[in-house]
Design a protein around this ligand. Structure first.
Ligand code: C5P
Ligand code: MG
Length: 221
């Protein structure tokens, strides 16, 4: 007899809750494009980096120093922290929108753009298994030159401690070593839609919208 394997049940059912991961190097345009997709499709946009920065600044957080160090060094925060923050934010959004949301949020349904996550294989496997199986990955790709230019421009006003050349180099390194394997992993499952994000916000948005339209068309077929 086959051994009994204890597979965890995810918190959210992927048949009702659509999770789209949004990946791409630092400065690829993930946040900018997510904001535009929210307008079109009524997604809840959750940026893992934003959630980590909020937790870092939350009074009494036991993870503040850990997060601060990781962000400065461009390394990945231990997955338990990030996954918990995302799961809590998803639960809150589901609750908040069940009465006020549009059709995409009725009857236990929901739709999330999870931006800057999963940045490392362990996060990918754990989230899919325990929180919600992802439907697809939008992968914004462009050159390091373009990304560097955008990050330095943003750094003039962002106040972010990692928008400087030294941190940016480290972030590029982590991206290649830890995040590219995640893109490869989902690519092998046929779940990745690559969108060239070198162009204008409008051009990239057009391509990204098409990808999302196709996902919902398949889901509702
Ligand atoms: O996506 P963003 O550029 O805002 O992320 C900033 C930093 O937050 C990353 O460089 C990394 O240190 C941390 N982070 C993480 N795990 C994620 C997303 C972000 O550790 N999934
Ligand atoms: Mg961002």
């Amino acid at each position: 007899m086959a051994p009994v394997v204890d597979t965890p049940t995810p918190t959210f059912d992927h048949k009702k809750v659509t999770v789209i991961y949004v990946l791409g190097g630092p400065g690829a345009g993930k946040g900018t494009q997510c904001a535009r997709l929210v307008e079109d499709f009524d997604f809840c946009h959750l940026s893992a980096g934003d959630l980590l920065r909020a937790e870092q600044n939350r009074e009494g957080s036991q993870f503040g120093d850990l997060i601060r160090t990781c962000i400065k060094e461009g390394t990945i925060v231990p997955m338990e922290v990030t996954i918990k923050l995302l799961e809590n934010a998803m639960t809150a959004a589901m609750k908040e929108r069940e009465s006020t949301g549009t059709d995409g949020w009725k009857d236990g349904r929901g739709r999330f753009l999870i931006d800057g996550f999963p940045r490392k294989m362990d996060q990918a496997v754990k989230f899919d298994e325990t929180v919600c199986l992802s439907s697809m990955v939008i992968y914004f790709s462009t050159t390091e030159e373009v990304m560097l230019g955008r990050l330095l421009e943003r750094g003039k006003t962002s106040g972010r401690e990692d928008d400087n050349v030294e941190s940016i180099k480290k972030r590029f390194r982590t991206y290649k070593s830890d995040t590219m394997p995640v893109i490869q992993y989902y690519s092998e499952q046929g779940k990745v839609a690559e969108v060239d994000s070198s162009g204008s916000i409008e051009e990239v948005h057009k391509a990204a919208s098409k990808v999302v339209n196709d996902v919902f068309a398949i889901k509702h077929a």
